[in-house]
Design a protein around this ligand. Structure first.
Ligand code: SF4
Length: 451
């Protein structure tokens, strides 16, 4: 209704599922296909066989948090390792609480009181397990939420989508809907990227699918469609359809279990005019769900006319100077200095070579000077800018940042006393470096010093 407030006529009734018989048929077709074709995934197996609803919820929760922005094939191994280490919410919360009790009281991530350079052990474990998945704060929030369930909610998981979203840090509308429907059987829909694509195609929704009004519209549709007796399976089926059949570039419409309900396909097959009045007629009247008049149906794209997104913002361009400080360890093997990033923001809590964001347009000579000053703060002694060896540039693309690392190295003679007033830092061998919670970008940086 909010979408329609003030919107010009005609109302977009043709973008809806308004026939109960059609909804029933679509549910049946989708669930039959899902029962036959679904992929075997470890969290699905657990959710289908585990009698305890809270244990199911934990497994779904871990998998859904990992799947945000990450492909299924990548997640499986991380999920299995996580569940092996912390098989239940209680195990994760317990580990977290033990660290709190043993620590110095600077919760939630207390450090070993004997040395201010030691990282919080649990945080380090979480980061190490998460390293490579990206969006590292997700692991930390999962850990915080587990602790909250045990210490503030008497160990009881919230059981509705509304409560899950309200009470658990890091659980948004989608994750709450997934946990509530799959684990607790609540008849509530979910909307993720796959569902957006499927629904937009089923009902020829060509308005900007990233706009809040259209997302709200799709949530209403998902809630209306979800099967009342098998909500979890229905939601997974809709997402599975988007992941395996109704894929972004070359959807397999011929094999699609809901093709008879798909208006984008009908539009593609029959072109214009259609045998019955159809959604393309809406556009003429300024329908808020049709593609904008400036971007009409393109017959060469077929069903991939939908969904449509407004042009993406350009990623932010950043340059960062970084230095691989190297010393000889006690057995003559090289050791490298790594320092910990702040606990919030990009790559929160991960370890990196000492690095410094560079102002735009800084000359090479000036870059060296600011980096030398920065290193001096870590090492507690002067660093000569000329001594820094320029290695080259390493480019790494984060989802919203185009990052260039300007890489230097500096071999050191003798021992270096790290400034205890600085943030956590440590010397690591190559092996320890790779086992630490370091980002993929830093692995590239180390690789660049060897070429
Ligand atoms: Fe997607 Fe094609 Fe199925 Fe329509 S028919 S839902 S476009 S795969």
């Amino acid at each position: 209704a909010a979408l329609l407030a003030g919107a010009p006529a005609p109302p977009p009734t043709r973008h809806l599922f308004s026939d109960p018989a059609e909804i029933e048929a679509l549910r049946g077709h989708l669930l039959t296909w899902y029962d036959r074709c679904k992929r075997d995934l470890p969290w699905r197996t657990l959710a289908a066989t585990e009698p305890d609803a809270d244990r199911r919820a934990y497994a779904v929760w871990v998998s859904e948090i990992m799947l945000q922005q990450t492909q299924v094939a990548t997640v499986i191994d991380y999920y299995n390792r996580w569940m092996q280490k912390w098989p239940t919410l209680q195990a994760l919360a317990q580990a977290s609480l033990e660290v709190s009790i043993a620590g110095t009281g600077c919760c939630p991530c207390p450090r070993d009181s004997s040395s201010n350079t030691a990282p919080c052990l649990l945080e380090q474990e979480v980061n190490e397990l998460w390293a490579g998945l990206g969006y590292y704060s997700r692991g930390k929030r999962l850990q915080e939420a587990a602790r909250k369930v045990v210490s503030e909610l008497a160990g009881q998981m919230p059981r509705t989508a509304e409560d899950l979203q309200k009470l658990l840090p890091g659980v948004g509308r989608y994750t709450a809907g997934a946990i509530a429907s799959i684990s607790y059987g609540q008849a509530t829909g979910v909307v993720d990227g796959n569902v957006i694509r499927v629904l937009c195609r089923l009902r020829c929704i060509g308005a900007d699918s990233s706009s809040p009004a259209i997302i709200d519209w799709l949530w209403d549709m998902a809630n209306a469609l979800v099967d009342r007796s098998r909500p979890g399976d229905f939601n997974q089926a809709l997402m599975e359809l988007g992941a395996t059949v109704c894929v972004p570039k070359a959807p397999l419409c011929g094999e699609c279990p809901v093709k008879q309900h798909c208006r984008a396909r009908r539009r593609k097959l029959f072109g214009k005019p259609t045998p019955v009045p159809d959604v393309e007629d809406c556009g003429v009247g300024g329908c808020p769900l049709c593609p904008p008049a400036a971007e009409p149906w393109d017959s060469s794209l077929g069903v991939t006319n939908f969904p449509r997104k407004a042009a993406k913002k350009q990623p932010r361009v950043m340059r960062t100077a970084t230095c691989v400080l190297e010393r000889r360890g006690c057995h003559g093997a090289p050791e490298y200095l790594i320092v910990q990033r702040p606990s919030s923001g990009l790559l929160a809590g991960l370890w990196e070579f000492p690095s410094l964001p560079l102002a735009q347009g800084l000359q090479e000579e000036k870059q060296r000077e600011v980096l030398a000053d920065h290193l001096q703060a870590w090492m507690g002694r002067p660093v000569v800018a000329r001594g820094l060896r320029y290695i080259g540039e390493v480019v790494h693309i984060f989802s919203h940042i185009h990052q260039t690392y300007v890489v230097y190295s500096l071999p050191l003679d003798g021992d270096v006393t790290l400034d205890p007033a600085s943030s956590p830092s440590r010397w690591v061998t190559e092996e320890e470096f790779h086992a630490s919670a370091v980002s993929t970008a830093m692995k590239k940086v180390l690789g660049a010093t060897w070429t």
